[in-house]
Design a protein around this ligand. Structure first.
Ligand code: HEM
Length: 395
């Protein structure tokens, strides 16, 4: 059976075209309005764009499997086989356990003072300049300073990691030009991990050492080391950069919301949720059905690839009143920007720590924001990022 036999609403809308990537939200609304399950004829997949169905897919890994890859093309799905993100339990449970302790709230609490101090010193210096590019000078600088040391990769080649991570969002998209242009990054990254990130060259105490130690103990096979290192190296950077960049953009555009945050910094955790609800750093991943899934009078059988549109679910009007409005006081803890269930982002505590530290420091130092030029968007298949965001700050 092909998906065209499924009697689902169908459309030739391409959520990965340049037009859609420039402003995906009207496209997502069209998809949500078409139905809970919509065939995307250009890509031969079924789109889940409403909050309820996205939650179903993320919380039921027996029906919605990640083991055939979570990208939208065969090349990346085979390259990322046996990684954390591209596996199901029981393998997934073993891979995930390796760094669980390092990313648990107790371990993160030990890092907090250092992260907050580093971020605050950096932001103080930046704000004293009066104007800066919120992407190059802030959003990229913070995860590079915080996460690279934590991962514990050797200095040699580290500077390339950000470039590889930035291509992750293209590699996992459909087999379009963007995806093909990004593909060499996969071999480069895996080559670097295999030849440079060997046990003897790791910075002691880093996540990468913990992964090597798990293999030495026999908790994971030796050939799982490189895929597992890639699992953390790639999604740890670009996502957080995207979130910090979007936060600044939304506050520049919504001065009343900045004022509210400055008056009451206790709103910062909720405000950060609101930023990633509205501008979800990861917009899409996929799953393959292992059995029939039925919802609201429609159904799909086993072996159908579905694209899970996190960014569309987070703006579903069935779930959030006035969904396109940025409101730092909104009830929004049930957004799906960090995923849910088996594959829910294990780095979310760290990402929140970094972003909260940035916002706390900025609320103390920046009275008002002003745009200093057109923001420039980076067009990537499954992530949402800016490339340039010039701002002036008034203290
Ligand atoms: C704002 C920042 C971040 C966002 C929005 C984000 C988002 C996500 C999402 C949506 C998933 C779920 C994928 C799925 O459903 O298949 C995920 C998984 C993952 N994230 Fe994050 N992430 C962020 C930061 C981080 C950081 C800092 C790290 C590393 C410490 C990280 C490591 C991972 C890993 C390893 C997975 C795969 C988990 C698994 O398959 O079990 N992420 N992330």
């Amino acid at each position: 059976m092909t998906i065209t036999d499924l009697a689902l609403p169908s459309t030739d809308i391409d959520p990965f075209s340049d037009e859609a990537l420039a402003d995906p939200y009207p496209v997502y609304k069209q998809l949500r309005d078409l139905g809970p399950l919509v065939e995307l004829t250009q890509h031969g997949v079924v789109a889940l764009s409403r909050h309820a169905q996205v939650v179903d897919a993320l919380t039921d890994s027996q029906t919605f499997s990640s083991a055939d890859g979570v990208g939208l093309n065969d090349l990346s799905n085979s390259a990322f086989q046996n990684t954390l993100i591209g596996s199901d339990p029981p393998e997934h449970t073993r891979w995930r356990a390796v760094l669980a302790e390092r990313l648990a709230p107790r371990s993160l609490r030990e890092l907090k003072t250092d992260v907050v101090t580093r971020v605050d010193e950096y932001v103080a210096d930046l704000v004293s300049r009066g104007s800066f590019d919120a992407i190059a000078d802030l959003a990229r600088a913070v995860p590079v300073a915080v996460v690279l040391d934590l991962l514990g990769f050797p200095q040699e080649g580290r500077d390339q990691l950000l470039g590889w991570a930035e291509r992750f969002g293209d590699i996992n998209g459909p087999a379009n030009e963007r995806m093909r242009a990004a593909l060499p990054a996969v071999d480069e990254l895996f080559g670097w991990l295999a030849t440079t990130c060997t046990r003897d060259r790791m910075i002691p105490g880093g996540f990468a050492t913990t992964i090597h130690e798990a293999a030495e103990r026999g908790d994971i096979p030796e050939d799982a080391v490189v895929p597992l290192m890639s699992s953390y190296a790639l999604p740890a950077m670009d996502t957080t950069i995207s979130a910090i960049g979007s936060a600044v953009q939304l506050f520049v555009e919504n001065p009343d919301q900045w004022e509210a945050l400055r008056e009451n910094p206790a709103l910062i955790p909720g405000a950060f949720n609101e930023v990633i609800r509205l501008e979800s750093p990861i917009q899409a991943f996929s799953r393959v059905t292992r059995r029939t899934y039925a919802t609201e009078g429609f159904s799909i059988p086993e072996n159908v690839r579905v694209v899970v549109l996190y960014g569309a679910a987070n703006r579903d009007e069935r779930k959030y009143p006035d969904p396109d409005r940025f409101d730092v006081r909104r009830e929004n803890v049930d957004h799906v920007a960090f995923g849910l269930g088996t594959h829910a982002c294990p780095g979310q505590g760290l990402a929140r720590m970094e972003a909260h530290a940035v916002l706390e420091s900025l609320t103390r130092r920046v009275r008002t924001w002003e745009s200093a030029g057109e923001p420039r968007r980076r067009f990537t298949n499954i992530t949402r990022s800016l490339d340039r965001l010039p701002v002036v700050v008034h203290q």
